[in-house]
Design a protein around this ligand. Structure first.
Ligand SMILES: *[C@@H]1O[C@H](CO)[C@@H](O)[C@H](O)[C@H]1NC(C)=O
Ligand SMILES: *[C@@H]1O[C@H](CO)[C@@H](O)[C@H](O)[C@H]1NC(C)=O
Ligand SMILES: *[C@@H]1O[C@H](CO)[C@@H](O)[C@H](O)[C@H]1NC(C)=O
Ligand SMILES: *[C@@H]1O[C@H](CO)[C@@H](O)[C@H](O)[C@H]1NC(C)=O
Length: 415
């Protein structure tokens, strides 16, 4: 009878295990944030100890937190006895936290287990990011397009690129269209909402997420990277150009100056510089983007070197301009370099032969035994020629033979 009881008990446990295996709780968390794991239990177990464990739950090391000691730095457990649900919070999620967990209820005999599977997703958005450049003190209008089915959904924008906390930390939503420097306008016809940020400062630089709330599904996001640059002071750049080649000068300007006349002038002082776009056909201006124009110098001249100023504000207000210091460098073409080297080599050889012959002349006049010396001179000259011949047969050889003959004649004449 006792054996039968035992058998039944084991069977019940087995059944319990089977049921819990079927009812695996799937939990998804975001890297770096927290997640709640909630497990329910049957009536009658309210006063029992609850816990969360990992892996096989075989050893005490596998138990992460119990209701007997409910708070640690990473885990926190709370037992809602009325609802008969105990919830474990796991904070600061890392990839090592993924995997299989068990919710456990301590009791005599085998504990009750519910299987939990924790998955992590990366909490950042998005694969494509729209980059916007603007300047201190100006305003920017961030455009957030959406699909037509979301016309009546809640729209919002937040800083950073973490979708999980975006709505919670929204700067502004379509329910609350104005908030300090931010204003949201939803244009349902054009299927986009725009967020206007006024009085930009460099602290406004960074990621923004445009969000659309969907019921029963993940919200949709698009990402914007806003860069707010200082535009109060002279920006200074140094450029090296090559004489004879084209050169491109870049000038940033605030997008508000889109329709202003852009200028490039040359001179040490910006207030007494010569306009280079009025009179110089080699200088052409092009709009490169909504915030940069370029000036192409078709063929750089040495005289183009100097200080240039470019900008978009004819009033020269607090330096809405860029200073460019241009150096015009010569680059010696390789062919010219080769000719230079050949000339030098020739000159060197020439002087050595001359030296040799001159010393021979001196020897000849001193020793008065010219025949022997001439023989030596010849062999010396041929030795030199031998070297030259192996290097460069066609050019230097001819000259040297002429040299030799001239000196030879000199020698005979002196005899
Ligand atoms: C987890 O539950 C606690 C208590 O109910 C709640 O304050 C917290 O926001 C929850 N955390 C997450 C990530 O859902
Ligand atoms: C933003 O709003 C302000 C105030 O309504 C307006 O003056 C400014 O032109 C707007 N900026 C953009 C970029 O639309
Ligand atoms: C320009 O050339 C000078 C040397 O002639 C060099 O020192 C300098 O680094 C160069 N500048 C740039 C921006 O290339
Ligand atoms: C433009 O060129 C003309 C003739 O080449 C010259 O008379 C005039 O002074 C120049 N203007 C400027 C602004 O340099």
């Amino acid at each position: 009878m006792r054996r039968l009881q035992n058998l039944l008990f084991t069977f019940c446990i087995a059944l319990r295990c089977v049921t819990s295996a079927v009812g695996v709780i799937h939990v998804t968390g975001n890297v770096g944030s927290a997640v709640n794991v909630s497990c329910s239990y049957d009536q009658g177990y309210e006063s029992y100890e609850k816990y969360l464990c990992k892996n096989d739950c075989g050893s005490n090391d596998d138990v992460l937190i119990t209701t007997s000691n409910p708070v640690t730095s990473k885990y926190r457990i709370h037992d809602d006895k009325t609802a008969r649900i105990f919830t474990t919070s796991i904070s600061d999620l890392r990839s090592v936290d993924t995997g299989k967990y068990w919710c456990g209820v301590t009791r005599t005999g085998k504990d009750i287990y519910t299987e939990v599977e924790l998955k992590l997703v990366k909490d950042h958005c998005c694969d494509t990011v729209t980059k916007i450049l603007n300047y201190q003190g100006y305003s920017e209008s961030i455009s957030c397009p959406y699909e037509h089915q979301y016309q009546n959904s809640l729209k919002y924008i937040c800083r950073g690129n973490r979708p999980s906390t975006c709505l919670q930390q929204a700067l502004i939503t379509s329910d609350n269209k104005e908030n300090g420097r931010f204003r949201l306008d939803d244009d349902k016809m054009l299927k986009k909402f725009t967020v206007n940020i006024t009085s930009l400062s460099q602290e406004d630089s960074g990621y923004y997420l445009c969000g659309v709330r969907r019921n029963f599904a993940h919200n949709v996001f698009s990402a914007v990277l806003l860069e707010v640059e200082e535009f109060c002071c002279v920006k200074s750049t140094k450029i090296n150009g090559t004489v004879g080649h084209p050169l491109t000068l870049q000038c940033p300007y605030p997008s508000q100056h889109r329709d202003n006349r852009k200028f490039l002038c040359k001179g040490d002082q910006h207030n007494s510089c010569t306009d280079m776009l009025k009179n110089q056909s080699r200088f052409t201006l092009q709009d490169a983007s909504s915030s940069t124009f370029i000036v192409i110098i078709s063929k750089l001249e040495a005289a183009d070197a100097g200080t240039y100023w470019c900008g978009s504000d004819s009033q020269w207000r607090v330096g809405n301009y860029t200073k460019i210091q241009l150096s015009a460098l010569y680059v010696i073409p390789p062919v010219l370099l080769l000719i230079c080297i050949l000339v030098l080599v020739y000159k060197y050889r020439h002087s050595r032969i001359e030296e040799a012959v001159l010393s021979l002349q001196r020897n000849a006049s001193r020793k008065k035994s010219s025949k022997k010396v001439i023989g030596a001179a010849q062999s010396e000259i041929y030795k030199n020629q031998g070297v030259v011949t192996s290097n460069d047969q066609s050019t230097s050889n001819v000259y040297e033979e002429v040299d030799v003959e001239v000196h030879y004649e000199n020698l005979t004449a002196s005899e």
